[in-house]
Ligand binder design. Structure first.
Ligand SMILES: *[C@@H]1O[C@H](CO)[C@@H](O)[C@H](O)[C@H]1NC(C)=O
Ligand SMILES: *[C@@H]1O[C@H](CO)[C@@H](O)[C@H](O)[C@H]1NC(C)=O
Ligand SMILES: *[C@@H]1O[C@H](CO)[C@@H](O)[C@H](O)[C@H]1NC(C)=O
Ligand SMILES: *[C@@H]1O[C@H](CO)[C@@H](O)[C@H](O)[C@H]1NC(C)=O
Ligand SMILES: *[C@@H]1O[C@H](CO)[C@@H](O)[C@H](O)[C@H]1NC(C)=O
Ligand SMILES: *[C@@H]1O[C@H](CO)[C@@H](O)[C@H](O)[C@H]1NC(C)=O
Ligand SMILES: *[C@@H]1O[C@H](CO)[C@@H](O)[C@H](O)[C@H]1NC(C)=O
Ligand SMILES: *[C@@H]1O[C@H](CO)[C@@H](O)[C@H](O)[C@H]1NC(C)=O
Ligand SMILES: *[C@@H]1O[C@H](CO)[C@@H](O)[C@H](O)[C@H]1NC(C)=O
Length: 444
């Protein structure tokens, strides 16, 4: 789809090659070139059979390097294949009980044909917990905190089959986080999971196991972007702002909040965080990333990155940033953020994940005086270093896994008296490609 737009822009043989390249590099499916295997896997392990069903441990593993699930957390739904009921749940609960009127005496926890399960909150009594439960549905990303990248609950199911021949797999899995964005595969029977005892001297195994794989797509998640990038430099006074209407336009009906409004406090406290409450700006994004090229030493150069929250209705816990810039190969020092290369084995080691230091700045506060975090990056100049043609600015930026809107390359702060005629054909192609990438990501 993005290709048609692009084809109109240029014609000729070279552009056909480019179009092909472009389509290969940026397919419009859920595939993420920075995290090609990223997925959330939901695993059902049947731990025991009961007179009318089974007890299963359901574990949600986040196998995504930089995408996490923050409060208010995940909710997992499915459709039963037969007339199953949930007798009880540990470490989670269904949102609705449904119609259990045909039961006498023992009433099931849930009789719905399509139950939705959510996590319990921290502080749940110990006798209702299981391992990895009760974190309010929050799951960290794999790189940021692997120990907390899973969530689990245990269901006791009735009116189902009672052996691996008669059990029917649940269908139509849905994962909300809490909005849409994930597409889940059908359940598939896999090798039973093997569990090691705590001293690792004995192995037990599930009686039956099935997996469901869910993948993320920003298109499904929301039509509009959620973040944008602004740029500045020591060598030019111009601050290049986020493009106007990056995430929405400031209309009478957009209901944004003026930061100096006397009613601000009452508006903010009067709502429960369910809807975004965005500060009125030209870009209308909840989050802005500012990249400032601060200093140019002989062998090194220094950048200051500031992340600003414009949403009065949301704190961002365990936020992360993914930045692509060719000089990440030679990042020398990073102040007050954590860092990991996302492409450590690729020939172009140019993409980094940055995130806050635990208990120091991993929590990006709601819009207001405390609603920002910042860091400085020191790079050792690599052979392609130049302050010309916007080289010092990032190629791509993601906040919490969502692609941020960049200013158009021709607006980047330029060196004093740099002549536009100096642009080589090659850099012209790079610009066209960049424009195409932007077009691609702005498709509805
Ligand atoms: C999901 O992620 C895991 C871990 O990276 C990987 O082993 C598995 O192949 C992935 N599944 C799919 C369907 O991509
Ligand atoms: C069901 O269990 C039997 C033994 O109890 C085993 O041989 C068989 O492979 C299992 N089938 C599946 C689909 O797990
Ligand atoms: C799958 O689940 C969704 C959401 O619960 C529902 O809208 C849809 O009708 C279901 N599809 C089937 C085939 O059950
Ligand atoms: C099923 O999911 C588990 C997740 O822990 C994974 O280790 C296993 O490889 C998956 N199996 C298949 C066949 O995808
Ligand atoms: C916005 O409101 C102002 C005054 O309240 C009005 O003059 C203007 O036409 C409105 N614009 C739109 C696009 O509705
Ligand atoms: C953000 O966190 C602060 C401190 O924990 C809290 O006081 C505030 O209510 C939170 N704001 C929202 C919108 O959740
Ligand atoms: C930058 O990093 C690359 C790859 O790690 C290395 O080959 C190169 O020598 C480094 N350049 C400088 C100037 O340190
Ligand atoms: C990529 O960069 C990271 C961090 O700078 C470094 O540890 C790693 O060795 C680099 N890999 C290659 C192939 O240069
Ligand atoms: C700063 O950059 C802007 C945007 O590229 C450019 O229009 C302006 O001429 C530059 N200022 C100077 C003093 O070079």
């Amino acid at each position: 789809m993005g290709c048609d737009t692009f084809r109109v822009l240029r014609s000729g043989c070279a552009s056909l090659v480019l179009v092909l390249l472009f389509c290969l590099c940026f397919p419009s499916s859920a595939y993420d070139p920075l995290d090609p295997n990223g997925n959330i896997t939901i695993r059902w392990d049947i731990m025991s059979w009961t007179p009318d069903g089974y007890v299963a441990t359901v574990t949600i593993f986040n196998f995504q390097k930089y995408r996490h699930i923050q409060a208010p957390g995940w909710s997992l739904g499915w459709t039963w294949a037969k007339k199953e009921v949930i007798w009880s749940i540990m470490g989670g609960e269904t949102t609705e009980q449904g119609d259990c009127s045909k039961f006498k005496g023992n009433i099931p926890h849930c009789c719905k044909k399509n139950p939705t399960v959510v996590d319990l909150l921290p502080g749940t009594p110990y006798n209702q917990q299981i391992a990895n439960c009760c974190k309010g549905g929050v799951i960290t990303s794999l790189l940021q905190d692997p120990a907390n990248a899973a969530s689990a609950f245990q269901v006791s199911v009735g009116a189902s089959g009672t052996s691996n021949k008669t059990v029917k797999l649940p269908k139509n899995f849905t994962l909300y986080t809490p909005g849409p964005g994930y597409t889940c595969s059908p359940a598939q029977i896999v090798q039973p999971t093997r569990f090691f005892s705590s001293d690792r001297r004995r192995v037990t195994q599930a009686l039956m196991t099935w997996n469901v794989t869910c993948t993320y797509s920003q298109f499904l998640a929301q039509k509009t972007p959620t973040c944008c990038v602004s740029l500045s430099s020591f060598y030019n006074d111009t601050v290049v702002p986020c493009p106007t209407c990056s995430c929405g336009c400031q209309t009478n009906s957009s209901g944004c909040v003026e930061p100096n409004s006397p009613h601000l406090a009452s508006v903010v406290s009067g709502q429960n965080g369910a809807n975004p409450l965005i500060q009125c700006t030209n870009h209308m994004c909840p989050v802005r990333i500012h990249w400032h090229v601060k200093l140019n030493y002989q062998l090194y150069w220094r950048v200051k990155v500031t992340i600003t929250n414009f949403n009065y209705a949301s704190n961002y816990s365990q936020w992360n940033l993914v930045v692509q810039h060719p000089n990440f190969d030679n990042l020398t020092q990073l102040f007050s953020f954590n860092y990991q290369s996302l492409t450590p084995y690729a020939s172009t080691n140019d993409t980094a994940m940055l995130w806050g230091v635990k208990f120091y700045n991993d929590f990006l506060m709601e819009a207001g005086p405390l609603g920002n975090v910042q860091s400085e990056l020191l790079f050792q100049k690599d052979s392609s270093f130049t302050l010309e043609k916007g080289w010092a600015f990032p190629r791509r930026v993601y906040f919490n896994g969502d692609n941020c809107v960049m200013p158009p390359p021709d607006a980047y702060p330029s060196l004093p008296n740099a002549s536009p005629r100096g642009a080589s054909p090659r850099s012209y192609l790079v610009l066209v490609l960049l424009a195409a990438v932007i077009l691609q990501y702005r498709q509805p």
